[in-house]
Structures are given as C-alpha cells and as structure tokens.
Design a protein around this ligand. Structure first.
Ligand SMILES: *Cc1c(COP(=O)(O)O)cnc(C)c1O
Length: 361
C-alpha cells in the first residue's frame, strides 16, 4: 500500500503466473508450454521481419494475420480480433462484454485470471461449482446472468464439454454473452467457432501459446459476430492501438499458415499424454480425463503439495494449487516422452521411499 496508489490498486488480486526458473536443466512441466518449438516457418518469418522497417509502427489492425485466421476457420476478417496474448484479448472481453447489471458466471475451479479481471474491471461474478467429478454442468448456469465464461477444455482439470451442450447453452441464453476460452482445444476437444455463425452471443477465444508453441510471442485471438468484435476493437483502440508488433504479426501469420507443423506437434503431444496417463495410473494416480496438453492427477496416499516439493528436489517442476477441492492434485504439462519418463521415474522413486518409510513405522 502507498498513498500514491489509486484506491483500486490495493484491492486487486493479481494473477500469479507459474514459475519461469532461472536455473537450467530443470524438467519444466508447470506452465503448459509446448515441448516442441514453433514452426520453423514462423521463426524464418520473424527473422525476415527484423530489419529497418522496425522504425515504422506496425499495422494497427494486424490485417494479414486476421486474414490468415479467417481463412483457417472459414469466417470473415471482420469476425476476427487479435491481441497481445489471449490474456489481453480476455482483458478486453471482460472490460467490453462481460460487465452487466446481472452477474457474470464462471466455474469455481477454472482459469485463475477470471477473478483477477473481475476485480480489475469491477464485475460482479458468481462462481458455479463443478460437479463432484470435476465437470462443468450447465444446469448450474440456469440462474439469471449477464454473461458466462469458461475454458473448454477447462483448466486446470483438462476436462472438455461437448459442443452440443455449448450450442444448447447459447440458444437458451440469447441475451447473455457466452465466451468459450479455447486455449487448449487443439489437443482433442471440438472448437465452438462454427457455432458463432448461428449464435450472435457466442465468442470463442484462442491463443498461439499452447498448440502453436509461441508463448513467447504473445498472440491470441477471438472469433465472433461483428457486434462482439466491434466492442473489442473499441476497447482496444481506447487502450493500445498497436498491441501486436511487426515481429509478432509476421511470426503468428506464418504459424497459422503452417498446418503441417501444427498437426505433427499436437499429435505428438496427444500421444505422449495417453502414454503419461497410463504410466501415472500404473503408479496408483487418479487422472482426470484430459483433452488438454496437461493432466490433473492425485495420488490417494500422498499429499499434493509434498509431492510437488519432492519432485522439485528431483529437478521436475509441476503446478500445485493450494485451493479447496483441488489441493491434492498436481497439474502436469505434457512434455516430450523423455521428459514424461523422467517425471515418472522421479514419482516412482518418491512413492517407493514413502512405502519403505511406512513399513518401518
Ligand atoms: C494459457 C491460457 C490462456 C492465456 O494464454 P496467452 O495467450 O499466453 O495469454 C488463456 N486461457 C487459458 C485457460 C489458459 O490456460
């Protein structure tokens, strides 16, 4: 607290990002980055754009990138909004589309940026509990509301909801804005983008950080009908006209165009996930059914926070949330098969020591 702060600053609860360790040789499975690098064509495009032209402002509308995204998903350019990471897109969504007389609804266990943005923008939010098996059940969303946001697949559970349920939700709430945060959709869930054609209240948000391995470039986008996108443009142009620099626009466009690289990498992640789930289950873990590039798992005999600490002592970092209902779980990002094997070896070691201790007692 400082007397120089605007009053709201003291009330904010800033998002806490997963650790980006400074030490090398850690097996980093804590922030859902993609273990495979970005498309080589994206890297080439970034190098190509790094020249004298950087003295000029970039295209404020990111037209080329929006055209590529529009072509990929079969929508018009005017139905695509881009931003500096999907976190920035989401910030504009909260500010421009989710603040109404009636409350905003989102799951109680979900992306922890949602409560942060709600506080920042003074939005009244109500958290709707997941079911006992950690699923989103839309019957809990039948109450009065101005808007709804949820990730599909949900984070940190990895569980997805079927498209038909989203379609029914959007039809049953024609006056509420429905936002689907599809940060992980490319790893096995179904995108709701085609539903935006028939549902003027539906907005779908994507990121290039996960399935396109570009977390360091900071690019995200939203797709929806014109009135929703126009709101985001108005907020953006009242905030920062140039959210995407020249390098980001060039790299992101090339990454979107490189379908082949995208398909190879996400397929590898999906296969490694299946392998990791089987190994975790052999060690006695309960693993929630994941369609994301991470799994959410707990061991019936071991404390989640302790497991995280013991893994860290073995140079493996995973994410743990000290939050009721999920504090026994670890969120483990899908690495290469080699990284997943090292994680499993470390867990096997930790669990074996534990059972030796138990026998002695
Ligand atoms: C990673 C993530 C994002 C943010 O992605 P950026 O584009 O890197 O800002 C948004 N929503 C969810 C649910 C995420 O997990």
């Amino acid at each position: 607290m400082s007397k120089y702060w605007s009053p709201i600053v003291g009330k904010l609860k800033p998002y806490v990002a997963g650790e980006q360790p400074k030490i090398a040789n850690l097996i980093k499975l804590n922030t859902n980055e993609n273990p495979y690098g970005p498309s080589p064509k994206a890297l080439a495009a970034i190098r190509e754009a790094a020249d004298e032209r950087l003295k000029l402002y970039p295209d404020p509308a990111s037209t080329g990138l929006r055209e590529s995204i529009a072509r990929l998903y079969g929508v018009s350019v005017e139905e695509v909004f881009v931003g500096n990471g999907s976190d920035e897109v989401l910030a504009h969504v909260f500010n421009g589309l989710l603040k109404h007389e009636r409350p905003l609804l989102y799951p109680d266990i979900s992306y922890s940026f949602y409560p942060t943005y709600s506080l920042l923008y003074g939005i009244e939010a109500v958290e709707v509990p997941l079911t006992s098996d950690y699923r989103i059940d839309f019957s809990g969303y039948e109450r009065e509301c101005g808007a709804i946001i949820f990730p599909n697949p949900n984070a940190p559970t990895g569980i997805s909801v079927p498209l038909e349920a989203i379609r029914r939700l959007a039809s049953s709430k024609p006056d509420a804005v429905i936002v689907v945060d599809e940060a992980y959709v490319d790893f096995g869930a179904e995108t709701a983008i085609p539903l935006t054609r028939d549902h003027p209240n539906l907005l779908v948000v994507h990121t290039l950080s996960k399935s396109r391995s570009l977390a360091g470039l900071r690019v995200g986008f939203a797709i929806g009908q014109r009135p929703l996108i126009d709101a985001l443009e108005r907020v953006k142009d009242s905030f920062n006209s140039y959210p995407l620099d020249r390098l980001a626009q060039a790299g992101a466009t090339a990454a979107i165009e490189d379908r082949e690289w995208f398909d190879i990498c996400r397929q590898k992640v999906i296969e490694s996930r299946d392998r990791l789930v089987a190994s975790l289950k052999r060690l006695g873990f309960e693993v929630l059914p994941s369609h994301a590039n991470f799994v959410f798992a707990r061991h019936p005999d071991r404390n989640g926070a302790e497991l995280q600490t013991e893994l860290r002592a073995r140079s493996v970092i995973v994410r743990h949330f000290a939050k009721p209902r999920i504090d026994q779980f670890l969120r483990i990002s899908i690495g290469t098969d080699e990284e997943c094997d090292l994680l499993i070896a470390a867990l096997g070691d930790i669990l074996a020591r534990n059972s030796v201790l138990k026998e002695r007692i």
